[in-house]
Ligand binder design. Structure first.
Ligand SMILES: *Cc1c(COP(=O)(O)O)cnc(C)c1O
Length: 367
């Protein structure tokens, strides 16, 4: 006897990258930062006293909000702390999208009220939309992974309530300009969520869209400590945007959605962001080197503003899947997506110079 709702029964859950436990493995498959978090983060965790654990934490992660607001030159009521950036995505769908029955669930609803996304994109979006039972509208990216000019128009025609744009984009690494994002937000009738999970490795960010005189009232930015701050294990992210959007999200979150340990760690992480910036800039240097080396081996490399690169192996050699398997057999994990437009490519996270050298020497040996 199945008791769950139809959309849950038919759901294919999110498939995370493999998490092998063997520390000898060169793990370049889930876009973690290869450098440790700032020492102050660990000190802050250790410094959380028994009393702070005995009591409930600040429901809104108040110290974190104040710290993030000051750092981004925003007001504290423009910040919401979440259990990883992923919780912000779930909240945004709960708050802005109608659970009218997605086509995939056989719910028979039309496409109005749901999310609009580019294709390809972060695969968690579809899973969350199906859980919420809200329709999904996909707009294929152009050849160069740029967003089509009629993106917002198509979403408006379909009645989408929430547009999800990743910049820098995953899995291509492409940076979308702030001006282009402003155009989309201006034209779109719903809320535009710009997923800036990889912003710490990018040339610039989209903060200006929500700050100052020209601030847009329909833009949310997603931030996470998982990538730039080397804290994927912490589960801490946050949203930034107009205070009315943040207030709406705040109503729908769990009563204590972030815990005392992670709040303390997150405050310390932002306060020691210079250390994080240093590790990001090392990753950016290596991104250039790995890209150049891959190109020298005949791979096609798309320009990336992230901590990974999307790359296509030379046509004459073994295909991407075969290379993925053979790298894995030799203890080097990269990400392969068996998906249209991606199955002839690999997404490679940038590691330490040593890890990258291992990857490159395995690839060189086989060509
Ligand atoms: C990593 C990531 C997130 C958020 O991840 P959390 O670990 O939940 O903070 C959001 N969007 C994209 C595209 C990501 O890669």
């Amino acid at each position: 006897m199945a008791y769950e709702r139809d959309n849950i029964r038919s759901l294919s859950p999110y498939v995370p990258g493999e998490q092998p436990q063997d520390s000898k493995i060169v793990k370049l498959n889930t876009n973690e930062n290869p450098y440790p978090p700032a020492p102050a983060v660990l000190e802050a965790v250790v410094g959380v006293g028994a009393d702070a654990l005995r009591r409930y934490p600040s429901p809104t992660a108040n110290r974190f909000r104040l710290t993030a607001a000051e750092m981004h030159d925003l007001d504290p009521d423009q910040v919401i702390a979440t259990n990883g950036g992923d919780e912000l995505l779930r909240l945004a769908m709960t708050v802005f999208c109608d659970p009218t029955g997605s086509e995939e669930s056989g719910g028979g609803g039309d496409v109005a009220g749901g999310i609009g996304e580019t294709w390809p994109t972060y695969s968690l979006y579809d899973v969350l939309a199906r859980i919420h039972d809200t329709p999904i509208v996909r707009v294929p990216l152009e050849e160069d992974w740029s967003i089509p000019l009629d993106f917002a128009g198509r979403l408006n025609n379909a009645g989408c309530r929430l547009a999800l744009v990743v910049s820098p984009h995953a899995p291509s690494g492409r940076y979308e300009s702030r001006d282009r994002l402003r155009e989309i937000a201006t034209e779109f009738n719903g809320v535009l969520l710009v997923d800036e999970a990889y912003v710490d490795f990018a040339r610039d960010d989209a903060l200006e869209l929500i700050r100052g005189e020209d601030a847009m009232d329909n833009v949310l930015l997603l931030r996470t400590l998982s990538k730039g701050y080397s804290l994927a294990g912490l589960r801490f992210g946050y949203g930034l945007g107009h205070r009315d959007l943040i207030a709406a999200l705040d109503k729908a979150r769990d009563s204590y959605n972030t815990d005392a340990l992670s709040q303390a760690a997150a405050v310390a992480a932002l306060n020691s962001r210079d250390a994080a910036r240093e590790s990001c800039s090392k990753v950016v240097d290596e991104r250039r080197r790995v890209g150049d080396e891959l190109a020298r081996l005949g791979w096609w490399v798309w320009p990336s503003d992230s901590n990974f690169i999307l790359s296509q192996p030379p046509k004459k050699g073994p295909n991407a899947q075969a290379i993925y398997e053979s790298l894995k057999a030799q203890g080097v994990f990269v990400r392969y997506f068996d998906q249209d437009r991606l199955r002839d490519k690999l997404r490679i996270t940038i590691g330490t110079p040593d890890q990258n050298d291992t990857l490159l020497s395995v690839l060189t040996a086989r060509t």
